[in-house]
Ligand binder design. Sequence first.
Ligand SMILES: Nc1nc2c(ncn2[C@@H]2O[C@H](COP(=O)(O)OP(=O)(O)OP(=O)(O)O)[C@@H](O)[C@H]2O)c(=O)[nH]1
Length: 197
Amino acid sequence: MQKTGITGIILAGGKNARMGTEKALLKVGPHFIIEHISSALRIVSKEIIVVTLEPDKYARFGDRRVKDIMTGHGPLGGIHAGLASAGQPFALVTACDMPFVSAGLAALLIDNAAGYDAVVPFYRGFPEPLFALYSKSCLKAIEELLSNNRNKITGFYDQVKVNFINEQKMLEAETELAKVFFNVNTPEDLKKAQTMV
Ligand SMILES: Nc1nc2c(ncn2[C@@H]2O[C@H](COP(=O)(O)OP(=O)(O)OP(=O)(O)O)[C@@H](O)[C@H]2O)c(=O)[nH]1
């Protein structure tokens, strides 16, 4: 799997309202969720950046921690800050609440990046923008959206060239798609995740 050309970005600047505590720093099995994600990203990335408003909390995780540049815009603001500081031309972006993200699926996205600005899984009828590959070439379109206070994560997709990867193609790299895209948002989700390790 390739390491050249890819920055791993973990978005950890959310409010965690439904969980009531920092989701990334909860344990699933013996490891923190952010450790599960870092291990997968490490396989395909040259560097890992955590985007958070509280870098001290994440001092042990990732190679670098950066803050949102344009604050209060949700995940798209995090993608913007991560991409802006990425040292590589493409970034594999993940939410911080997906303990089962897969290096194999990440590699598939990377393998399908040539000629595109973004590579996005299309799963169960919807895009998965928070486990997706974005080029730094997306920055301008994202910045323009945020400047107009438009925060929908997929809002810039019509301004860039996106390669949507369908389920059939994803299954070539990863059979447990429901697990890979599982988010831990609530205490109930956390209980479920513990049974999935
Ligand atoms: N850097 C950054 N990340 C964000 C921001 N808002 C959300 N995220 C991250 O984006 C991902 C998806 O966030 P959500 O699950 O929609 O929101 P959340 O704040 O984590 O959780 P809730 O408050 O319960 O909705 C998570 O990894 C969040 O940490 C933000 O403003 N900045």
